[in-house]
Write a protein of this length. Structure first.
Length: 294
């Protein structure tokens, strides 16, 4: 005989009733790593100056030791000190380029979404046309035209990375335009400029800040690639790309530490920034975090 006893159905772990897991397990390690990196990058240059022209062949190609924690390169320069200065350059390029691209993308996306019509279609076709070209290839062309330098690298990254911010802002503005509070502002006599500056932009600001934060590690890797190809900072300057490029020859003779140290610091810093961005994204969109909770 079949068992007809009623039993409650098991609750799915993907339903809205399930409380989302706390992102603290990502927040704390990422914050600690970024805090240490920021402290080292800001404090060390105040006490220890890097002479980029320094050469001491007597201590060249030394492995990690108590005197040189990350070893020395083929010219006898301390790899750890060069990593600190290189990371400072990379983070400066990443932050400045991300801010510039976010400002440009926000302006384009806000105008396209608020004006709409043929103006929106033309701007979005321009965005699609630029996005169809690989970022690195377009960045190489821009740096080649401007001549390799720190400012040229920043301009190159900013001009090739504003597209994401433009699309995000445009989609958010188009969504907000249909909200009742926008209709109420227009009915109350607010001009298009007032609606844009007082209602639309403040509501898209969290998304823009999130996109800017996510853009920082991408810009850092872009700068590293350009420097690795010889299109970034001068060859003698402390840059992660330059250090990895110089370490290629040392790998053939067992100098593994020359490429491991800058590469590892770059990866750890990028993962820390991405971890904080992920926590921020989950706070902005808790529904998506609930759907992805297992």
């Amino acid at each position: 005989m079949a068992d007809l006893t009623w039993r409650p159905a098991p609750r799915s772990r993907l339903t809205a009733a399930s409380p989302p897991r706390s992102p603290k397990w990502r927040l704390l390690p990422s914050a600690v790593v970024l805090g240490v990196v920021a402290l080292v990058v800001l404090v060390v240059p105040l006490f220890v100056e890097l002479n980029e022209q320094y050469v001491d062949l007597a201590i060249a190609n030394q492995p990690p030791s108590a005197a040189h924690l990350f070893g020395t390169d083929e010219l006898g320069r301390d790899v750890l000190l060069r990593c600190v200065y290189a990371l400072r350059v990379s983070l400066t390029v990443g932050v400045v380029a991300a801010v510039i691209s976010a400002v440009a993308g926000t302006a384009v996306g806000a105008l396209a979404g608020s004006i709409g019509g043929w103006f929106d279609r033309i701007l979005m076709r321009v965005v699609d046309a630029i996005a169809s070209v690989p970022h690195l290839l377009l960045g190489i062309v821009i740096v080649a035209v401007l001549r390799p330098s720190l400012s040229a690298v920043i301009i190159s990254i900013a001009l090739t990375h504003w597209l994401t911010s433009a699309r995000i802002v445009r989609s958010e503005v188009l969504s907000l335009r249909t909200r009742p509070f926008i209709d109420a502002a227009i009915a109350g006599g607010a001009s298009r400029t007032q609606v844009l500056t007082r209602h639309l932009l403040p509501n898209v600001a969290p998304q823009v800040l999130l996109a800017t934060t996510l853009m920082v590690p991408h810009a850092v890797w872009h700068e590293t690639a350009l420097s690795f190809l010889g299109l970034g900072l001068p060859p003698h300057a402390a840059s992660v790309g330059n250090m990895i490029n110089d370490a290629q020859r040392s790998l053939l003779v067992g100098g593994w530490w020359m490429s491991l140290a800058p590469g590892l610091l770059l990866i750890i810093t990028s993962l820390a920034v991405s971890g904080l961005s992920g926590v921020w994204r989950d706070r902005l969109n808790p529904k998506r975090r609930t759907e992805l909770t297992w």
